[in-house]
Design a protein. Structure first.
Length: 484
């Protein structure tokens, strides 16, 4: 978001310093926010990430473990909502950042399609718990924060820009505005407009209207622009679904449910085996699987925390996140909670940027988002009627706002410009925050070395880059070690 726009927001009727206890604890006035903005931001974040209540059960529920067992969809919905509720509130109270937490996309795919086929579901969730405990250990030793501090400021800004493009791309894909070209087409073009090279169907029209409404409201500086757009577009979608013949909206159909209340089923909570995976597949294979989870979680979370904090204007003069130690520990604890709850590894969500776009600057917004996830335990039929076509325009708008950080990158210095470019480009092109960060880190240290300035690179950045080389080459490494 443009700095002038942020300044306008912060100067608008912010409560005077020294307000009530809640204000002082969350530093709402100090950060130039208001209770209204925090509440709107909490709602916006929830509605842009509520899809995880549908998507996580679909991903985990579609896979079978080594013994042919599948996880119950209803129990997965409950587990996903429960972990998101508890850890989002914990992040708000303990970390005081508007960073919501839920089951990590990509991480759940690793659990479902890489871990589960090799062991039982409790064994797979046990490895997730081990991963989270290892991340917490890295935080307690100060290593995780030291790695973040070792990253040059302009690379952190590039991470934010890359995330902006990444979530915009997610929005386009989720809404059906962009789709993968089927392999049967025998074309080298990987994606296309709409489902067949053109825009068709009412759902895509709803998305386009939502994008136009969102950017129009933002241009007019309307308070609650993103949330208003989500609600209004959902209403339009419900009306269209009622009067038109629509084959599919995707994951969520905007239709008023037959019932509002559903009883949560906590049957999966606590079903994990801490070291069962090691016994099932062997120590070395289990270590490599945990290593993959740690790298993905570690840097996805790091990119998200830095990107969202930068967008909120919360980074200090050294580009550091306030209270980063607590924030990182809570994020690691979220991975543990995800494994314990059988909801897969949980982490900070980039969709939190939607709440920041609504003005959220503190952890108070998390109380709202977490509270809504708590309601989702009982009101899932009602709270999941927002179709992706209504939520995705918020991701497009936030992607645009986060692009503004690109102006802070020195494009005349190749040792900064090339890693920044690779960071920005690789994230959406590989559909992975981790891959983008890895490409940026590796290219940065290589260019510094080529230019004879290797000593300027922090040793931790060298170490992390070496790990990323292993990460990118994990397949030949596994073959050399005889684990594939």
């Amino acid at each position: 978001m443009a700095q002038t726009q942020k300044a306008d927001q912060r100067s608008d009727a912010a409560p005077p310093p020294g307000g009530n206890g809640v204000d002082r604890y969350f530093r709402i006035s100090e950060r130039g926010s208001t209770f209204g903005r925090e509440i709107r931001g909490g709602f916006a974040t929830f509605f842009t990430m509520a899809y995880i209540l549908v998507l996580n059960p679909i991903i985990l529920g579609s896979a079978k473990d080594k013994f042919g067992h599948s996880l119950d969809t209803g129990q997965l919905v409950t587990a996903t909502a429960l972990v998101a509720c508890v850890m989002t509130v914990v992040m708000g109270v303990g970390g005081n950042l508007p960073l919501a937490i839920a089951a990590g996309l990509g991480l759940n795919a690793v659990v479902a399609f890489q871990l589960a086929p090799l062991m039982s579901w409790p064994d797979a969730m046990g490895l997730v718990v081990v991963e989270g405990l290892l991340i917490c250990l890295l935080v307690l030793t100060g290593l995780r924060k030291a790695i973040m501090d070792a990253i040059p400021q302009q690379l952190k800004q590039a991470i934010g820009v890359g995330i902006g493009l990444f979530i915009a791309f997610i929005g386009f894909v989720d809404a059906g505005f962009v789709s993968r070209v089927p392999d049967a087409a025998h074309t080298t073009v990987p994606v296309q407009l709409g489902a067949d090279g053109r825009l068709t169907g009412w759902p895509v029209l709803v998305f386009c209207l939502g994008v136009l409404l969102t950017v129009a409201l933002l241009a007019r500086k309307v308070k609650g622009a993103i949330l208003i757009s989500i609600v209004a577009t959902t209403v339009v979608a419900i009306v269209i679904d009622a009067v038109a013949d629509i084959k599919s909206w995707g994951l969520t159909t905007p239709k008023l449910p037959d019932r509002i209340v559903a009883t949560p089923d906590f049957g999966l909570v606590g079903h994990f085996s801490l070291f069962g995976g090691f016994a099932e597949v062997g120590f070395l294979t289990a270590v490599l699987l945990v290593f993959t989870l740690v790298l993905s979680d570690f840097f996805d979370a790091m990119g998200t925390i830095v990107g969202v904090s930068a967008e909120a204007g919360l980074l200090d003069e050294r580009g550091q996140v306030p209270g980063i130690g607590r924030v990182l520990f809570i994020d690691g604890a979220a991975a543990v909670a995800g494994g314990v709850g059988s909801a897969s590894s949980s982490t900070a969500y980039i969709e939190s940027a939607a709440g920041v776009g609504e003005g959220a600057r503190t952890g108070f917004a998390n109380l709202v988002t977490g509270g809504l996830f708590g309601l989702a335990l009982f009101l899932t039929p009602l709270l999941t009627i927002v179709p992706l076509q209504a939520a995705a325009p918020a991701l497009i708008a936030v992607g645009f706002l986060m692009m503004s950080h690109v102006k802070h990158i020195d494009w005349d210095r190749y040792e900064i410009a090339v890693p920044a470019f690779l960071t920005i480009a690789v994230m959406p092109f590989t559909y992975s925050i981790t891959d983008g960060i890895g490409a940026g880190f590796v290219s940065y240290v290589v260019l510094k070395a080529v230019l004879g300035r290797a000593r300027e690179v922090n040793w931790l950045l060298w170490a992390v880059s070496a790990l990323f080389v292993v990460y990118f080459a994990i397949d030949p490494v596994e073959q050399l070690l005889g684990v594939k």
